[in-house]
Design a protein around this ligand. Structure first.
Ligand SMILES: NC(=O)c1ccc[n+]([C@@H]2O[C@H](COP(=O)([O-])OP(=O)(O)OC[C@H]3O[C@@H](n4cnc5c(N)ncnc54)[C@H](O)[C@@H]3O)[C@@H](O)[C@H]2O)c1
Ligand SMILES: O=C(O)C[C@H](O)C(=O)O
Ligand SMILES: [Mn+2]
Length: 544
């Protein structure tokens, strides 16, 4: 019997230390003879892991190797990840995660602690599966996806589970969220991706997506089960389809502590980037003209956050709205444009505002007509910010703020180096995936990463640490401001956002700002006298 328990310990990623078990522990847990004799410290193990990682030739190979460590020894995985956060982020997370999602069924090895909820099964099984996944752990954070809109690569069915696992890995590495308190969940509603439906190895439900009342009912059952199983949970929605994301957030945001990363996380990081850019250019938000190219889940979420910021700065509704121009597949969105989403409608323009409204069907024409000072891309259209568009924009503004933030790499609206070159170094740029610094005319420009990963970890840490019963707009606004202020505007070529190397430090700042806002607003369920102490007390560190 003792050998069985010992093997269980070695096979449990939360308990396993591998060669890190000391002689005393080996004796205590019946592990003698089950490991090589040498005992290593976590530092030594981490060096080994990092060395082997470097020997892998491809990004996906590196990711696979690290996920093997994740599956066998979670403390060691997070020790290595935290040590090399800027280097490893694009490997374990975006953009390499996109490749891993596309190949999931072909390279599958382990469920990685995720809960797979199949809509082909009765909703009354949801809670049983959630509790089985938790295995007695006190779950405080769930990332759930249905994978209808993974990054900018579309519908990936059950294979999208990686994004839930990946987002949670960033939570721990960036903000110290305890990995024993998290649960990744995929809702398999089917897929409309024909290549998956045709793939004999596909691991998900082989039918088109279930939509309408059946989908809504299942989501209702899911949220109810989550609330019952884990009453204190913070529920994070990721990469849902455009028709569901905003609607689901609206339906549940007053029922529990819940967050849509693509709407709210992206809104926060983009506002923070714009505030950073304005700090550098010495301008005011209220003086900007803003084009959102691709006004879907993320685009409309960003516009809403920018608008809310303008309202907070004292602008009335009409004045604030007048700053925004939304461009989607149909071109500039007008009040009479067919197919407007509820989130686009409030920002649709009147045709009478323009001389030739019918011409405003492509980005270049809109840029010519509007003379934007800010251009943000969440369209998934690679290369949409062409040289012509960018040069036209830069003719009418001294420091154009241009954020091509569609992911992954192959979906970016422009490359940072091109934007710097086409504007002779005047553009203030951020991209969704990491970009190398750009040297132009003797100046090195650091490129900020406008990715919600820079903010959602701190936001959740602050929310959970403050025992907030809701995630309020005030908390979201505080998070955006806490990041926007970190920019060193005095330095030439400064990035509009803080560097990913400092992710753990500024996640702490975001957490404190968020928790302070929660306490100020009184949404905390328990009294908090010392906010920074409460945040620090929540933090988990990888050690034996
Ligand atoms: N950097 C970040 O933190 C971050 C966060 C969220 C989303 N994103 C990226 O933003 C992109 C969109 O994600 P989403 O969740 O909003 O998806 P979505 O499907 O909800 O929105 C995409 C929008 O782009 C529009 N679009 C498509 N083709 C277009 C065209 N030719 N011209 C203009 N508009 C067009 C679509 O109609 C849709 O409204 C993805 O690439 C995603 O990776 C980045
Ligand atoms: O996952 C990312 O890299 C950011 C974002 O949530 C996205 O959907 O692109
Ligand atoms: Mn996303």
């Amino acid at each position: 019997m003792i050998e069985m328990q010992a093997q269980e310990r070695l096979n449990n990623p939360f308990l396993n230390k591998g060669t890190g078990f000391t002689a005393k522990e080996r004796q205590q847990y019946g592990l003698e003879g089950l490991l090589p004799p040498v005992v290593r410290t976590i530092e030594q193990q981490a060096e080994e892991v990092y060395r082997s990682y470097q020997n892998e030739a491809t990004a996906l190979g590196k990711r696979e190797f690290l996920m093997h460590i994740f599956d066998t020894n979670r403390r060691l995985f997070f020790y290595v990840f935290s040590q090399h956060v800027a280097e490893l982020l694009p490997i374990v997370y975006d953009p390499t995660i996109a490749e891993s999602i596309k190949k999931y069924s072909h390279i599958y090895q382990k469920p990685q602690g995720a809960v797979f909820l199949s809509m082909d099964e009765a909703p009354d099984k949801i809670q049983t599966s959630l509790l089985a996944g938790a295995a007695g752990r006190d779950i405080r954070l769930i990332v759930v996806t249905d994978a209808e809109g993974i990054l900018g690569i579309g519908d990936w069915g059950v294979q999208g589970v990686d994004i839930a696992v990946g987002k949670l890995m960033v939570y721990t590495a960036a903000a110290g969220i305890d990995p024993t308190q998290v649960l990744p969940v995929i809702i398999d509603a089917g897929t409309n991706n024909q290549s998956l439906l045709d793939d004999p190895l596909y691991l998900g439900n082989r039918h088109p997506r279930i939509t309408g009342a059946a989908y809504d009912g299942y989501i209702d059952a899911f949220v109810a089960a989550v609330k019952t199983a884990f009453p204190q949970v913070y529920l994070h929605w990721e990469d849902l389809g455009r028709d569901h994301a905003a609607q689901i957030l609206q339906r549940y945001q007053d029922q529990l502590t819940t967050f849509n990363d693509d709407i709210q996380g992206t809104g926060i990081i983009t506002l923070a980037g714009v505030l950073g850019a304005l700090k550098i250019s010495g301008q005011k938000l209220a003086d900007q003209r803003y084009i959102q190219f691709g006004a879907g889940t993320a685009g409309a979420g960003i516009v809403k956050r920018m608008y809310d910021e303008m309202r907070e700065q004292g602008l009335d509704d009409k004045t604030a709205k007048a700053h925004f121009y939304l461009v989607d597949k149909q071109g500039l969105l007008f009040e009479d444009t067919p197919g407007l989403t509820p989130e686009q409608r409030p920002f649709a323009r009147r045709r009478s505002e323009f001389d030739q409204p019918d011409d405003l069907v492509d980005l270049l024409s809109v840029v010519k007509a509007v003379h934007p000072t800010i251009l943000v891309g969440t369209s998934t259209v690679a290369g949409a910010f062409t040289e012509q568009v960018v040069r036209e924009m830069a003719t009418h503004t001294d420091r154009p703020i241009i954020f091509p933030i569609s992911n992954p790499t192959e979906k970016m609206e422009a490359k940072a180096a091109d934007l710097i070159r086409w504007t002779n170094g005047r553009a203030l740029v951020a991209t969704g995936i990491p970009s190398e610094p750009v040297t132009y005319d003797g100046v090195t420009y650091n490129i900020g990463q406008a990715n919600n990963a820079l903010v959602y970890p701190g936001l959740a840490l602050g929310t959970i640490a403050s025992t907030a019963s809701r995630l309020s707009d005030e908390m979201i606004s505080a998070a955006a401001h806490s990041l926007g202020g970190i920019v060193d505007a005095a330095q030439r070529g400064a990035a509009v956002l803080p560097p990913v190397e400092k992710l753990t430090e500024f996640s702490q700042a975001v957490a404190i700002a968020t928790a302070r806002a929660a306490v100020k607003q009184g949404v905390n369920m328990k009294p908090i006298s010392d906010v920074p102490a409460a945040v620090t007390a929540m933090k988990w560190t990888p050690q034996y």
